[in-house]
Structures are given as C-alpha cells and as structure tokens.
Design a protein around this ligand. Structure first.
Ligand SMILES: [Zn+2]
Length: 89
C-alpha cells in the first residue's frame, strides 16, 4: 500500500471560493493568490447578521461575498428561491 492522501477534514463540500450564504464568488484576494491586504473585506464592514447566518460548518472555511457582507444575503428574507428539487405532480 502506498501513502494515502490526507483526508479532508470536512465531508461536506466547502468551496472556499464561494460565499456560504449566496453561493456566488466571494472575490477573496487570498483565494485568488493575492495579498490579504488587497482583499475587499479588509476595508469592509461585515454585517453581524451575515456572520450569524453562516452555517457552522462553513465558518472559517469560506469568505462572504461583498454583497452578503453588507447584509444583503438571500437567507435574510423569507426564502423565495426554488433551488430544491421539489417533485411536482
Ligand atoms: Zn454572498
């Protein structure tokens, strides 16, 4: 047996490039390979509501996107999205 690759910590697929609240690109400079100081979040005010809305599994895993960080994230209002595959018959 050869070396086995280090297993990922989380079994859920956390994409560090995407906002955990809306799934859009979070435009994080760090994930883009740029200096952390150049990231938009360094000068942004993150809405406390947005931080509180991040699922526990995705905290410290993914950055928010600028819009959600400003408090305009989808989960805040009553859900109108139809992302679930609901059977219609
Ligand atoms: Zn977002």
């Amino acid at each position: 047996m050869a070396f086995s690759a280090p297993s990922p910590v989380a079994s859920t697929s956390v994409d560090p490039l995407r906002c955990p609240l809306c799934g859009q690109s979070n435009q994080c400079a760090i994930t883009a390979g740029l200096a952390p100081e150049s990231c938009w979040c360094m000068g942004a005010d993150i809405a406390p509501d947005a931080l509180a809305a991040i699922p526990e599994a995705q905290r410290r895993q993914s950055c928010l996107c600028p819009r959600c960080a400003a408090g305009q994230f989808p989960g805040r209002a009553p859900a109108t999205t139809t992302t679930t595959t609901a059977p219609r018959n």
